[in-house]
Design a protein around this ligand. Structure first.
Ligand code: CP
Length: 333
């Protein structure tokens, strides 16, 4: 049997995504199952995490499995992802050797690596993640890369479905917010792909210069149109939130400024009004407020919105467990 990886939201077809969401909704409230009995999940973190690490661990344990967390920066050798290189630099081990070895110990691997080499063309290739997927003989799951955060997007879709029931045609606004540091664009990309497949009416709202990757926007637009939805782009916060049924706030660092973080930081000084606060939410159709977290309070969203009655941010965080139980069952069950 060939192994299945989950590296991108685009790895799922629409039917498969809907089946996964149904399984995730069913797994809510069920605390035990033995789908992963006797199996070990290896989670490798090259970057920090609260929700992804803990929710995967809880999900695996609730399915009867066992988890090994590896904090790569202090517990692993530096890895070489390039092919056919002479390894006389910093890297002491090739990814192929690490991936093949870990496949003898673990039944699935999760990798988080937010590569920021300064070159978008290089980082968008997800060299390390793709190299792990190529050489591991067990399923590999993307726990967030520079390009995507597909596990977050399944939990996001599950959360919207739980609150709105049917998603086709519902008005989702994906809103860029300010942040002093460049934040990863993966959650935005994966959400666009999943919302497109589900036929939502998407408004992508960002200041000029903070465009997501064009290939992701093109694929999401194509999927949305094929499923009865749409994707439009606006460059004003007021236009972005008007009449929304869901406001999904998130900051992201743009591919345009990938090679010049200082320039991005200067541009953002004039974008401090890009915060989702009560006045922005008042322009919506009593929208749900979503954010993948972590969030800087008073910068990306106001306390009143984050703690308000339409905020579902902790449902999103909890749904990571249920969505990942469904995913692990799908990959390993
Ligand atoms: N949303 C999310 O992935 O959170 P962490 O970075 O804490 O895992």
């Amino acid at each position: 049997m060939t192994k299945r990886d989950f590296l991108s939201a685009g790895d799922l077809g629409r039917d498969e995504l809907e089946n996964l969401l149904e399984l995730a909704q069913r797994s809510r409230g069920k605390r035990t199952s033995q789908v992963l009995a006797g199996k070990t999940l290896g989670l490798i973190f090259f970057d920090r995490s609260l929700r992804t690490r803990v929710s995967f661990e809880v999900a695996a344990v609730q399915l009867g499995g066992h988890v090994i967390n590896i904090f790569a920066d202090r517990e692993m050798y530096d890895l070489e992802p390039e092919e056919q290189t002479v390894m006389d630099g910093r890297a002491e081990e090739h990814v192929k050797d690490a991936a093949r070895t870990l496949s003898r110990y673990c039944d699935a691997l999760g990798i988080r690596q937010l590569s920021r080499t300064g070159s978008w063309e290089k980082d968008r290739q997800e060299l390390l993640l793709r190299s792990y997927a190529r050489y591991a003989t067990v399923p590999v799951v993307n726990l967030e890369s520079s390009v995507e955060h597909p596990c977050q997007a399944i939990a996001d879709a599950m959360t919207m479905q739980a609150h709105l029931t049917r998603l086709p045609g519902r008005r989702l606004s994906v809103v860029w917010t300010n942040n002093p540091e460049p934040k990863n664009i993966g959650p935005c990309h994966s959400l666009l792909r999943v919302a497109g497949m589900l036929g939502m009416s998407i408004t992508l709202c960002h200041p000029l210069g903070f465009e997501p990757a064009q290939d992701v926007v093109t694929a999401a637009t194509r999927d949305a149109q094929a499923n009865g939805g749409s994707l439009r782009i606006v460059n004003s916060l007021d236009d972005g939130v008007r009449d929304a049924e869901v406001v999904y706030a998130r900051s992201w660092g743009s591919p345009k400024y990938w090679e010049d973080a200082e320039r991005e930081s200067i541009v953002k000084r004039s974008l401090q009004s890009w915060i989702v606060d009560e006045s922005a939410m008042a322009k919506t159709r009593n929208a749900l407020f979503m954010h993948p977290l972590p969030v800087r309070r008073g910068v990306g969203a106001s306390d009143g919105v984050l703690d308000g009655p339409r905020s579902v941010i902790y449902d999103q965080a909890e749904n990571r467990i249920h969505a990942q139980k469904a995913l692990l069952t799908h990959l390993l069950g």
